[in-house]
Design a binder for this molecule. Sequence first.
Ligand code: AMP
Length: 286
Amino acid sequence: MNMKNLKLIQNKAELRALLKEIKGDVGLVPTMGALHRGHQSLIERANSENDFVVVSVFVNPTQFGPNEDYDKYPRTLESDLKLAESAGADVVFAPSPKEMYTDIYFEEKETTLVCPPYKYVNRLCGKTRAGHFDGVCTVVSKLFNLTNPKRAYFGQKDAQQLFIIKKMVQELDFDIEIVKCPIVRETDGLAISSRNTYLSENDRKSAVNISKALFKVKELKDKGIVESSTLIDTAIAYLKDFEVDYVEIVSKNDFCSVATVKNGDIILIAAKTPECKVRLIDNLEL
Ligand code: AMP
């Protein structure tokens, strides 16, 4: 195990001061904490490709809607520090919301935002989570400005987020390489997520149907079935007891729906579990 001497920083000025002294490439891994093996894989990758690794742990209020789980989102800083250190992080940056945002946000619930184009956010997760990607792009831009990384690491688990961040980097001229990391799964196929801790025992059993649906669709596509509507119906059949938010197949180039599937297109699912209504997302490249 590659144990470094991890430093916890909770203040922006201290982070900037420390990074000023660093020579070599900085790798940034933005997270909301409750770190698990998915995050671990990003940190390990960052450690293997950079001289210095910053992991941010920040439950970002601007990306949560009013009826979402901001207050109950798991906060586990002690164990996050252990995981980050053993995965090779040099710094965990874990600011409070008051440190991260200025007074105007707390007084008016408004701040300067980085807003991706409507075309990127009017579908999939953006459709039901109004303003979500504005919050994501804003906090990620702030983290980019604070850490000035050479590379930043994002999981394919949040495929639309990854697509939007890549566009943001191009469109705002950030000189940062965005590194896409594969989805880490439980042995039964469930994509690992901090929100899996909300699942009841029954929901945990049901949750595996999401990845089963994805893998079935891939199997059918590999056998030559390429009509999206047929493949989507197959996936939906696995999600009988779920509240399905969306099942869509999109091109990885523009994230627009496709009628006929080509290699590299992505099937995405968002659905709420039968019992506790935990909203899970997953996807697979076809
Ligand atoms: P989060 O803490 O959920 O905001 O996630 C932080 C980063 O970890 C994002 O880039 C996610 O896509 C990535 N991530 C979350 N879960 C996984 C997973 N199971 N496999 C790979 N990356 C993940």
